[in-house]
Design a protein around this ligand. Structure first.
Ligand SMILES: Cc1cc2nc3c(=O)[nH]c(=O)nc-3n(C[C@H](O)[C@H](O)[C@H](O)COP(=O)(O)OP(=O)(O)OC[C@H]3O[C@@H](n4cnc5c(N)ncnc54)[C@H](O)[C@@H]3O)c2cc1C
Length: 534
């Protein structure tokens, strides 16, 4: 069962190795553990629902609690402290587009707000009900998860949008197919959520981001049904799919989605390459990204991240051996680690990796073979479980991400890290900060930064520390002309910074679009756009 106040399935955990705890103390200070509220304690705080009985609704307090928050840092503080304050008034479980239509009609008639809910893995406050006097119902789409149609000739599959990552892949695998969309939240997130937040998978260099995979479908909006027919390409005016991608539940509910699928690859490989320093790693990564080789992944960890990940995974012996070997090969402190993945036919994987490795050698890259690739593959969906055990110890961890053209990447990365490193000086607290470039393109890259700090004596102060760090880093992103989100979306947390990249006309156009589909503002108010009915 899904954890109600943390990440992932309750049957899995990933403890911080005892040997690594000294490193945590060195980075930010000794732990300051906080007591977490129990499920029973929080259930007592769920208020009376303001909604009277309607079809598909559950009023069960535990259902309401389990749909009250996502996975943003603010959500964690609320769940762990038990101070949620706001809960949905009920949870709806529609089973078809027709059910969704009748819920939309009911919501408009009764003045109830609706929040579409996929897997609840949002890290930006997307699915949180707003405080206020208007009743809110969360619409959990998990019962709409079947494979509705498979066109094997065209490699198109149509699913109910509430299908989770593992279910979707299992159904395709039975036909020798894959979607290949693997965000780190894969275990819990859903197809509808990926589309509504413009998600990016770890191997999107090969399969494409969700924008490329989403071919069409059906959206139920308060104004009616929006059908998105499937074409391989079209010049028939602006593409309405673009309005649905990233719509964050504001214009309606994606009920069916057709996606472009691929044959299961013959071979998949990940190799690691070390560089003597960050500059060499960056130059090599950019060269490889611009060479347009058939790679599935390029992921460049800055030295601090490479060291931290190995320490937290308890691989200090591997780290020691690596240090000695790298010294022997002439590389000093400050190594960067590039993971290169390739997916496809055996011949194309061999070709792509040989070409990529040849380019790394021109920038003093030293191949570490498949060891680090295998390590990454093993932990690719496991790493978020560390967040549970770090919190239990007394440490907070959060991530943020942006993307920018190559020419802006080095300064933006430095500025975001500096904003985080110095953000807690007011409290005399340290922040441990490390970064990787997670998705590399010909013209630029995403920048994905993790920051770790100590929990404060009270949840209010922990929240205040995080808000300060988040605001400082977001301001650095805006000042450095990065996007406020490369893959996590806008939600509530990033909404104050959206106008900086869309401009006044862009914002009013988006508001007009949302109003066109949802004139009475019942859909997920307060997310994405802070005006427009919310
Ligand atoms: C540990 C962790 C790792 C992550 N890694 C990645 C990553 O690698 N790449 C990445 O892109 N993101 C990542 N995320 C962020 C998150 O998983 C994505 O934003 C994901 O796409 C959300 O999907 P979901 O099904 O959980 O949606 P939810 O969180 O339930 O909802 C997100 C938004 O989409 C809307 N929505 C959901 N379903 C529908 C629907 N059917 N119709 C209309 N609107 C809908 C909701 O109203 C809400 O606004 C990560 C999150 C966590 C916690």
């Amino acid at each position: 069962m899904k954890r109600w106040n943390g990440w992932g399935d309750e049957s899995h955990s990933y403890e911080v190795p005892v040997k690594s705890r000294a490193a945590l103390s060195d980075w930010v200070g000794p732990p300051s553990a906080a007591k977490s509220a129990s499920l029973g304690e929080v259930l007592k705080t769920v208020p009376q629902s303001r909604v009277t009985a309607a079809p598909f609704l559950s009023f069960d307090p535990e259902d309401r609690l389990r749909h009250a928050r996502g996975q943003s840092f603010g959500d964690w503080v609320a769940l762990r402290s038990g101070q949620l304050g706001v809960f949905p008034d009920a949870v709806a479980y529609p089973e078809s587009s027709e059910d969704v239509r009748s819920l939309l009609e009911w919501a408009q008639r009764t003045g109830t707000r609706l929040i579409p809910y996929g897997g609840g893995t949002s890290v930006a406050g997307h699915i949180n009900p707003e405080a206020g006097s208007t009743p809110t119902v969360t619409m959990d789409l998990r019962r709409m998860s079947t494979l509705l149609k498979l066109d094997d000739v065209s490699r198109l599959a149509t699913f109910g949008a509430g299908v989770s990552g593992p279910d979707l892949e299992a159904r395709l695998r039975a036909h020798g197919l894959t979607l290949g969309h693997f965000p780190q939240s894969f275990e819990q997130s859903t197809l509808g959520g990926w589309i509504a937040t413009r998600s990016s998978g770890q191997q999107s260099a090969h399969y494409g981001r969700i924008e490329r995979l989403f071919a069409g479908g059906q959206v139920e909006t308060p104004k009616g049904t929006l059908k998105l027919p499937v074409f391989p390409a079209s010049a028939a005016g602006p593409d309405l799919k673009e309005l649905v991608l990233g719509s964050e539940g504001r214009l309606g509910v994606i009920t069916e989605a057709t996606v472009r699928v691929s044959k299961m690859p013959e071979r998949e490989e990940f190799v690691g390459v070390f560089f003597p320093g960050w500059e060499e790693g960056l130059a090599a990564s950019r060269t490889i990204a611009q060479a347009k080789l058939p790679l599935s992944m390029l992921r460049l960890s800055a030295p601090e991240e490479a060291r931290t990940m190995l320490m937290l995974a308890g691989h200090e012996r591997l780290l020691g051996a690596l240090e000695a070997w790298m010294k022997f090969r002439g590389a000093g402190e400050g190594k960067a680690l590039l993971l290169i993945g390739s997916t496809g036919s055996a011949a194309s994987v061999t070709f792509a990796l040989e070409e990529a490795l040849a380019l790394t050698r021109k920038h003093a890259g030293i191949s570490a073979g498949r060891t680090f690739g295998a390590q990454w593959t093993k932990n690719r969906f496991r790493a978020p479980y560390l967040r549970n055990s770090l919190w239990d110890l007394g440490y907070a961890v959060d991530t943020l991400e942006t993307a920018a053209p190559w020419s802006a990447v080095p300064k933006l990365l430095r500025d975001v890290e500096a904003a985080l490193r110095t953000g807690l000086e007011k409290w005399n607290e340290k922040t441990h900060v490390y970064t990787h470039l997670s998705h590399l393109y010909g013209d630029g890259s995403s920048i994905y930064t993790t920051y770790l700090f100590r929990l404060a004596p009270t949840p209010e102060e922990t929240l205040e520390r995080w808000q300060r760090l988040k605001a400082r880093a977001s301001e650095a992103i805006v000042a450095g002309h990065g996007t406020i989100s490369h893959q996590h979306g806008v939600g509530v947390d990033h909404a104050p910074y959206l106008a900086a990249e869309k401009g006044a006309l862009g914002m009013s156009t988006l508001e007009g679009v949302m109003r066109g589909f949802d004139p009475s503002g019942v859909m997920n108010p307060g997310k994405l756009l802070r005006g427009a009915g919310g």
